[in-house]
Design a binder for this molecule. Structure first.
Ligand SMILES: Cc1cc2nc3c(=O)[nH]c(=O)nc-3n(C[C@H](O)[C@H](O)[C@H](O)COP(=O)(O)OP(=O)(O)OC[C@H]3O[C@@H](n4cnc5c(N)ncnc54)[C@H](O)[C@@H]3O)c2cc1C
Length: 523
């Protein structure tokens, strides 16, 4: 993928469909529409997955919690999508074992029955049957579990992924099929013709250039910012998105020790909490804080971090403290209020496709797990609105960029090469072409300097933050180490883009400002 080539394909081009927003929703729409044969353009104001889509709990899950709430339809759909995603992107999605610890006698039958229902709902796409564990097997799988009064656990399986990398993979998949995708292009207005939305006004954030592009239908997939695009369409429209903030902390893997996650079914505020092994760390979260306005770079609040530490400590023998936090990050859920005001933790995670009077299609709500089905629904509606020829969705069976069978020996077993899937051979050859490419970015980070160069050349990385936060996940894995590695990474970026030291310094300054928000609070 090359940004200048993508920009060139805009000239004089007219599109069938424009997706605004480069998160899970917009990228899903771009893949779906382009693979149906509709000429598709996606515009993202910042980087792909800069918004909510790089800040999730990294689970592809049916949602045990929604089962507790009795929302069987949502669970059924999500379990089906979980199975499809495991099949279509084995290099980025894999099954993960979870244990619900049992401290009271009734928790065995209670969670055991619930999780059996979860197995049944997954039908042929179930990953592995749930089962009761005794005390010793539970402790063997999670040595750091709080042992006082522990009876055992209930084990079940869901899937795990790398969210920002799946976003890049979707962008690559759409591009492989001929779509045009641009990061750092903001939509600033909608163009109308005979009262119908038929294009967008946009600005290239890198050059400041304004331009217009036309299409038969426009899909608003801007997550927590959906209301701002809906307002471009109709100024007085009622807002419907309720941003709800969720924070995660990242700890050393020793807080889990093995590859099994902990699922706490009931926190202080009636939510679930996960402690999950991820890229050699333990990811703990999350919270649910109603926010007044959407933020592209949300900042974790001290009380959210304290909430996570307090609830995690109830289930861990060695309690995590602020000084143990390697990184902390916040994301905002794009929840859609349907029929009145509700607490955000009670708002459904289902998605909504809204068609305005002028034909703007807004895809809102939902979750990463169901991005494919969300896109299918939105493109079905968009095709009708835009008068496009009817074509069936093909994404159920579509292998995503880099696909290799889970048991293919060419698929790297684990580590930072696995994310490339079938590209891993090419990446390895590139890394081997120069000893400097094989140098570690930082002793505490699992990435090599050459991987940054690869990301600039082939993965549309444009800024230092793209490299350190989303092409590699350095910032999320260890904020301090990443800040230390940043000057070196900035020099690599500038060299790859053919820019000078002034550019490198500006990138570094901008990155350090963002990275400060990922540092843990002082004790
Ligand atoms: C804390 C937390 C944990 C979660 N955990 C999970 C999980 O484990 N599993 C799961 O399935 N789901 C999870 N989710 C939900 C999931 O992450 C979101 O539903 C999903 O990422 C939303 O994607 P989106 O594309 O709708 O929004 P976003 O990813 O926010 O994308 C919208 C994009 O639109 C862009 N944009 C906005 N305005 C414009 C404009 N004018 N022009 C161009 N671009 C624009 C933004 O920059 C942004 O990149 C979680 C969410 C949160 C907050």
């Amino acid at each position: 993928m090359d940004r200048s080539e993508m920009l060139r394909s805009l000239e004089g081009g007219s599109f069938d469909l424009i997706a605004i927003g480069g998160g899970a929703s917009g990228l899903g729409v771009a893949v779906d529409a382009q693979t149906r044969g509709y000429r598709t353009l996606l515009l993202e104001q910042d980087d792909f997955a800069k918004g909510t889509s790089s800040r999730s709990t990294k689970l592809v899950h049916g949602g045990v919690r929604y089962l507790q709430q009795g929302n069987v339809g949502l669970v059924l759909e999500a379990l089906r999508e979980r199975g499809l995603l495991c099949r279509n992107a084995p290099h980025l999605v894999h099954p993960l074992a979870f244990i619900v610890p049992r401290y009271r006698w009734w928790e065995g039958p209670f969670y055991g029955v619930g999780l059996k229902l979860y197995d049944v709902l997954a039908q042929s796409l179930n990953l592995s049957p749930s089962r009761l564990l005794d005390y010793s097997e539970t402790v063997e799988r999670i040595p750091n579990l709080q042992k006082e009064a522990l009876l055992g656990g209930v084990m079940y399986h869901d899937a795990q992924f790398d969210d920002a990398r799946l976003a890049i993979c979707l962008a690559q998949t759409a591009a492989d099929h001929g779509a045009t995708l641009l990061n750092y292009v903001r939509v600033t207005g909608l163009l109308k013709q005979a009262g119908l939305v038929r294009g967008v006004r946009a600005q290239d954030i890198e050059t400041g250039a304004d331009f217009e592009v036309r299409a038969k239908v426009i899909v608003n997939a801007t997550g927590i910012f959906s209301d701002s695009v809906r307002r471009m369409d109709e100024e007085s429209i009622e807002p419907v998105v309720a941003p709800s903030q969720g924070v995660h902390i990242v700890l050393d893997q020793s807080f889990l020790a093995r590859d099994t996650a902990i699922m706490v079914p009931k926190t202080d505020d009636d939510r679930v909490l996960f402690v999950i092994p991820w890229h050699g760390r333990a990811l703990v979260g999350t919270t649910d804080t109603e926010m007044e306005r959407p933020e592209l770079e949300p900042v974790p609040r001290r009380e959210e971090i304290e909430f996570i530490l307090r609830n995690a400590a109830r289930y861990m023998e060695r309690d995590p403290r602020p000084a143990d936090i390697l990184s902390v990050f916040a994301g905002q859920r794009p929840l859609v209020r349907m029929g009145g005001m509700q607490e955000t933790k009670k708002i459904s995670r289902e998605h909504v496709v809204e068609i305005s009077r002028t034909g703007l299609v807004s895809l809102m709500g939902g979750k990463w797990t169901t991005y494919r089905k969300m896109a299918e629904d939105a493109v079905d509606d968009a095709a009708q609105v835009g008068g496009l020829p009817t074509r069936t969705c093909v994404t159920k069976e579509l292998r995503l960029h880099g696909w290799l069978a889970a048991d293919d020996p060419a698929l790297p077993a684990a580590g930072s090469m696995r994310m490339y899937g079938s590209d891993a051979g090419r990446v390895t050859a590139f890394l081997d072409s120069n000893p400097a490419h094989r140098e570690k970015l930082h002793p505490k980070l699992p990435y090599l300097c050459g991987q940054l160069r690869w990301a600039v050349r082939f993965e549309l990385a444009r800024s230092l933050e793209d490299l350190l936060s989303r092409r590699t996940r350095s910032l999320v894995l260890d904020a301090r180490a990443t800040i230390e590695a940043a000057p070196r990474a900035a020099a690599i970026l500038a060299e790859e883009l053919g820019r000078d030291t002034k550019f490198a310094q500006a990138q570094l300054d901008a990155f350090l400002e963002v990275a400060g928000g990922y540092l843990p609070p002082a004790d």
